[in-house]
Design a binder for this molecule. Structure first.
Ligand code: NDP
Ligand code: OXD
Length: 306
C-alpha cells in the first residue's frame, strides 16, 4: 500500500517530506520516480497527466493539493469508484481573504493606477462604504472573504447555488436571483468552483448586468472568464478593470494581450497556496481512514463537480 505524489510543474518534495515526517514508515513515490502502479492506493495530485490514473488498478483515493478539484474531475478516465478529496484549511481561507482585501483596497484607492502613471496627478477615489461587493460562491473561500470584507466595513452580498444565510451578507441564489445580485455589485469577486455550469460564466451578457464602472476580481479559475468579452467591456468603458489571479493557460503566455492592458492586474495564481506541512495531518488522517475502510473527510460530490 503506497502513496503517489503527482504534481508536474509543482515540486513534490515538500509534500513527500511532510508525509514522511507525519507518518514515518509510509511508502511514498514522487512522480515520475519509478514505481509499481499496482502498489498505489492513494494519490496526492495537482494537474496530473490526463488519463494516467487508469493505469492504477488499485487506486482508491485522489487527494487534491488545493481547494479546487477541477484539475482532477476534468479527466473522464478516472474510475467512478475513486474517492476525490480536497483541502479545507484555515490558513488557505485567511490567505485568500487577505489577498482579496488587498486587491479591493488597491482598486478603490487607485494605488497601482497612480504608481503606473509616473505623474503627479490625482483622481477621485471611492470610499469603502460606497462599494457594494458581490461574491460569487459562498463556500469555504467565499464566506471567509465575505467575513473579512465585512470586518473592513464593506457592504457585502453573495451568490451561491443553494440558499445560504451568512450574518451581515445579503445573499442570493440560483439563476433566478443572479441578475438582482449583479445589478448592485460594483466589485465582483469570483470564487466559484469550475464546473460545466460555471465555465464561461463571466461573459459579455453577464458583465452587462453589472453597474457601469464595475470591477472584476477573478481568483477562482481562468475558465470562468471569456477573455475577449472582458477586454471588450473594458474598452467600451462598461468595466473599470480587473484583477486576475487565474488564467486559462498558466503560466499566462508572454504574448497574451492581458499583459498590455493597464486596467488589468495580473498575479501568477498566488491568492492562496497550500502549505504541505500545514495540511499533511488531514491527508494522513484520510489515508488512515482509507486503510480502515471508514468514511473520508473533505470529499467532493462527483456529480456536482465540487
Ligand atoms: P466550495 O466548494 O467550498 O464553495 C463553492 C461555492 O460555489 C458554494 O457556495 C457553491 O454553492 C457555489 N457554487 C457552485 N456551483 C454554483 C453554481 N452553479 N451557481 C452558483 N453558485 C455555485 O469551494 P471553495 O470556496 O473552497 O473554493 C472555491 C474555488 O476557489 C476553488 O474551486 C478554486 O477553484 C478557487 N481557489 C483559488 C485559489 C487561488 O489561489 N486562486 C485558492 C483556493 C481556491 P452551494 O453553497 O450552494 O453549494
Ligand atoms: C486551489 C488553488 O484550488 O490553489 O487551492 O487554486
Amino acid at each position: 500500500m503506497s502513496v503517489l505524489v503527482i504534481s508536474p510543474g509543482r515540486d513534490p518534495e515538500p509534500w513527500v517530506e511532510a508525509l514522511k515526517k507525519e507518518y514515518p514508515g509510509i511508502n511514498v513515490y514522487a512522480y515520475p520516480e519509478e514505481h509499481d502502479p499496482e502498489e498505489i492506493e492513494y494519490a496526492i495530485s495537482w494537474k496530473h497527466p490526463r488519463g494516467i490514473f487508469k493505469h492504477y488498478p488499485n487506486l482508491k483515493v485522489i487527494a487534491s493539493m488545493g481547494a479546487g478539484v477541477d484539475h482532477i474531475i476534468c479527466d473522464p478516465e478516472i474510475p467512478k469508484n475513486v474517492v476525490i478529496t480536497r483541502i479545507i484549511d484555515d490558513q488557505l481561507s485567511v490567505d485568500i481573504s487577505d489577498f482579496v482585501l488587498a486587491l479591493v483596497l488597491d482598486h478603490i484607492r487607485n494605488i497601482s493606477f497612480h504608481h503606473n502613471l509616473h505623474a503627479w496627478e490625482s483622481i477621485q477615489y471611492k470610499r469603502i462604504e460606497e462599494e457594494q461587493i458581490g461574491i460569487m460562491g459562498l463556500g469555504i473561500m467565499g464566506s471567509a472573504v465575505a467575513q473579512s470584507l465585512l470586518k473592513n466595513r464593506f457592504n457585502v452580498s453573495g451568490w451561491s447555488r443553494t440558499p445560504k444565510e451568512l450574518p451581515g451578507v445579503n445573499t442570493f441564489c440560483g439563476e433566478k436571483q443572479l441578475e438582482k445580485f449583479l445589478n448592485k455589485s460594483t466589485i465582483l469577486i469570483c470564487l466559484l468552483p469550475l464546473t460545466p455550469e460555471t465555465e464561461n460564466i463571466l461573459n459579455k451578457e453577464f458583465f452587462k448586468k453589472l453597474p457601469k464602472g464595475a470591477y472584476i476580481i477573478n481568483v477562482a479559475r481562468g475558465q470562468h472568464l471569456v477573455e475577449h468579452d472582458l477586454l471588450e467591456m473594458i474598452d467600451k468603458g462598461h468595466l473599470s478593470g480587473a484583477s486576475l489571479d487565474v488564467f486559462r493557460i498558466e503560466p499566462l503566455p508572454q504574448e497574451h494581450p492581458f499583459w498590455d492592458y493597464p486596467k488589468i492586474k495580473i498575479t501568477p495564481h498566488i491568492a492562496s497556496i497550500t502549505n504541505p506541512h500545514k495540511v499533511v495531518h488531514q491527508l494522513i488522517d484520510n489515508y488512515r481512514r482509507m486503510k480502515e475502510g471508514t468514511e473520508l473527510k473533505n470529499t467532493i460530490e462527483r456529480k456536482l463537480g465540487y
